[in-house]
Design a protein around this ligand. Structure first.
Ligand code: ADP
Ligand code: MG
Length: 350
């Protein structure tokens, strides 16, 4: 009998997760949300517990020739914190697993932990455990994070309603352009090791890549303002990809406007050096760790003067697709490229 062999690249990451988790059943009454959002949601007394995990692998998610270990440790925590923030919850504890080859010294791993500890301090989370293993090659990092909030505060990917306003924090595409700079400087260094990298001109975008922040600040602000986003997701794979997730989970159409997309001046100008349209970086660059969320129109007044929140579009009726209205008024179907770890496309992110 011929056993059919399907290449993972035929499916891609998201279809693979869907296929693998198709048969998963939940046995516990307290599990409110299992697989399918930025974190799972578990009832715990009069509150809910959030749980999520994220992995980063050398050669896939990071390149140590330009990624300093303390920054990497910091980013591992940020990526996990961001998934809890994306549920409108506050992170509380983290566990960290490492697989290390003998290529690394004790001092090197200690410097990784400096970054982990610094992030735990900044986000006020307790580092409560993990696991350590040797690895045949390279560095493998993974973390599991817990968080907390009240059940009625949780923002799922699935709650967006027609006419809700689509908002994004911060600016987009910077982390991706920063990565392009680091890759370029690495090539220069490989050809001439005497060359020092020229990074000062690109401080903002390189910082967006090497020193990301998670937007827990907005979770506290939402609470103060009495806002619960109707849906929310963090931007780890790119705006377009996250728009697809909200549209699919909420079963709605989404319309966004190019003129409203926040792109920093340095991201904009540096894109040109790579002959890249900054719009592409904004739509498909990953790792910005900003929040993409929807609010009811009645909440708009509470946020309209916010310096760091941008109103980029709105939710449309089901079946209307994911549309980008360009500066000249044309409507084009969005393509969710995102990062695909299983395709031949080279990239980072998670
Ligand atoms: P994010 O980009 O926010 O980290 P992912 O796209 O990695 O989210 O995951 C989407 C959902 O699929 C999450 O609910 C996650 O827990 C779940 N998931 C991812 N990989 C697996 C896996 N191998 N087995 C079970 N669930 C998974
Ligand atoms: Mg996420």
């Amino acid at each position: 009998m011929d056993e059919k062999r399907t290449e993972i690249s035929e499916l891609g990451e998201f279809a693979l997760i869907d296929k693998l988790t198709d048969e998963v059943k939940l046995y516990k009454n307290e599990t409110i949300k299992g697989i399918g959002d930025d974190a799972s949601v578990i009832r715990q007394g009069d509150k809910v517990l959030l749980a999520s995990s994220d992995m980063m692998i050398e050669g896939i998610h990071f390149d140590l020739s330009y990624y300093p270990l303390p920054h990497l440790g910091y980013k591992l925590v940020v990526a996990n914190v961001s998934d809890i923030a994306a549920m409108n919850a506050i992170p509380t504890q983290i566990l960290i697993n490492i697989g290390v080859s003998n290529r690394f010294s004790v001092e090197a791993i200690e410097s990784l932990y400096e970054g982990i500890n610094a992030a735990c301090k900044d986000y006020k989370i307790d580092f409560v455990g993990g696991d350590t293993s040797s690895s045949t090659s390279g560095l493998i990092l993974s973390a599991a994070i817990l968080g907390t909030t009240e059940e009625e505060m949780v923002a799922y990917r699935s709650g967006a309603g027609v006419n809700d306003i689509l908002c994004v924090s911060g600016d987009l595409g910077g982390a991706y352009i920063g990565l392009q700079i680091l890759e370029r400087e690495k090539q220069v260094f490989l050809t001439d090791p005497e060359m020092q990298p020229k990074l000062t001109k690109y401080e903002y975008v390189v910082g967006r890549q090497l020193k990301p922040k998670a937007r827990t600040d907005l979770i506290y602000e939402f609470k103060e303002l009495g806002i619960v986003p109707t849906s929310m997701i963090d931007i780890s794979d790119g705006l377009a990809s996250e728009i697809f997730h909200i549209a699919k989970s909420s079963n709605v159409g989404i319309k966004i406007f190019e003129e409203h997309l926040p792109i920093d001046k340095e991201t904009f100008e540096t894109s040109a050096e790579f002959s890249m349209d900054p719009l592409t970086a904004a739509l498909n660059g990953g790792e910005d760790y900003e929040l993409l969320f929807t609010i009811k129109q009645t909440d708009f007044d509470k946020l309209k003067k916010h310096a760091d929140i941008h109103f980029i579009g709105h939710i449309d009726k089901p079946g209307t697709g994911k549309i980008l209205v360009t500066r000249n008024g044309a409507g084009v179907e969005l393509q969710a490229q995102g990062w695909n770890h299983f395709s031949s496309k080279d990239h980072t992110s998670g």
